[in-house]
Ligand binder design. Structure first.
Ligand code: SF4
Length: 374
């Protein structure tokens, strides 16, 4: 079973925090769609086309900047080339692109899950993030979604903005929860160096949010979501029971996926495990037909990745899985470390290793310690 990720690299404008690959030259959309269709077809009769595809994910960039007719061409090519038995087909969209007709068109194309990039309903925060949509559009897109045939959808929210008050956060969460979302991705704002926000922080114009403040926001989000039955199942992902994202969960479990489009990543583990990334260059993607070099991963690298990704999830990672599938036995130093963290209430260790709500706040530090102690 595998997944397909399609990177649609167009955005109306650059959000201040974003370091995904995108271009604002939207005039090249049609040329890109034709090239993507050609790219998909180049996989006919390859080993990648022999495995059944369970999930498809249109990410970006902004996939909702494509016309339904263009999405139809892409879907047609995918169904021609791959053996698709889809449990989930997700398309990311921005509030300012959505209309009732657009949602109905997506549904009739077989898109089963909408991923809405709301981020906030607060005008001041939307402006700070340099989002293209307004507060009204953020509400309206969720009204449209609720009235549509999409019963599976997810909404992105960003917290921990510099200067964001607890009241603003609570207002955002309350507004969002009115729409009974089955799934929410809530990200704490990350300051990436190559972004406008990163530059502002570097120049001292903006102070990054304090860790305590971010941790407080995290607790508020967890509590408010949990009161509505929406539980965290990964550092940034929350859902009602049974509504977890299938495509993303597969990434964390080392399932195979093929990434198409500029900047897309792929991972394929058959006899050997390989990972590769398409160059982040739309012009090159439109021009060249060659595929990037692949990096072969050792079992140790895979084990560390699995540990890293597994610990970010509520399910954690099984000790038996690590030893049987990755030949990775925890060292006595690692076991001692886990015991100490367990006494501090940050980790639970049984047949599986899980981080608690307290531990999840320092996920990266725990993972780094564990990996270096092997
Ligand atoms: S719309 Fe999404 S991909 Fe585009 S700049 Fe904003 S956050 Fe980045």
């Amino acid at each position: 079973m595998s997944g397909i990720y399609l990177h649609i690299p167009f955005c109306k404008q650059a959000c201040s925090y974003c370091d995904f690959y995108f271009v604002t030259r939207t005039s090249e959309r049609e040329h890109f769609v034709q090239r993507l269709v050609e790219d998909i077809k180049s996989y006919s009769d390859t080993r990648f086309a022999r495995e059944t595809v369970e999930t498809i994910y249109f990410g970006g960039g902004t996939p909702s900047l494509l016309e339904p007719a263009q999405l139809e061409q892409i879907m047609g090519a995918l169904y021609d080339v791959f053996d698709i038995n889809a449990r989930e087909i997700t398309l990311e969209m921005n509030p300012d692109d959505v209309s009732a007709q657009f949602l109905a068109d997506l549904k009739s194309l077989g898109i089963s899950r909408a991923s809405m990039g709301v981020q906030s309903f607060e005008p001041e925060l939307l402006e700070f993030m340099h989002r293209a949509h307004s507060s009204e559009e953020a509400l309206q897109c969720l009204e449209l979604l609720s009235a549509s045939e999409f019963n599976s959808f997810t909404v992105d929210l960003i917290y921990g903005n510099p200067g964001q008050s607890v009241e603003q956060l609570e207002r955002d969460v309350k507004k969002l929860l009115q729409f009974d979302p089955p799934h929410i991705s809530a990200y704490s704002l990350t300051i990436e160096p190559r972004t406008r926000l990163g530059k502002q922080v570097e120049l001292g114009r903006i102070a990054p949010p304090e860790d305590d403040k971010v941790a407080e926001h995290f607790d508020i989000i967890n509590r408010m979501f949990s009161n509505q039955g929406i539980e965290r199942y990964e550092v940034s992902n929350y859902s009602l029971p049974g509504k977890e994202a299938v495509h993303n969960s597969h990434y964390w479990e080392h399932k195979n996926y093929l990434g198409l489009g500029p900047g897309a990543h792929s991972f394929w583990w058959a006899d050997t495990a390989e990972r590769w990334e398409n160059e982040q260059d739309l012009r090159k993607y439109l021009r060249d037909k060659d595929h990037p070099d692949r990096e072969e991963l050792s079992l140790k690298q895979l084990a560390e990745e699995r540990l890293m990704m597994g610990l970010r999830t509520r399910k954690g990672v099984g000790k038996e899985e690590l030893s049987e599938e990755y030949d990775y036995i925890l060292s006595s130093r690692q076991l001692d470390y886990l015991k100490n963290r367990e006494e501090e209430g940050k980790v639970e260790v049984d047949k599986r290793i899980n981080l608690t709500d307290e531990g999840i706040k320092i996920t990266d530090a725990i993972i780094l310690d564990l990996v270096t102690l092997h």
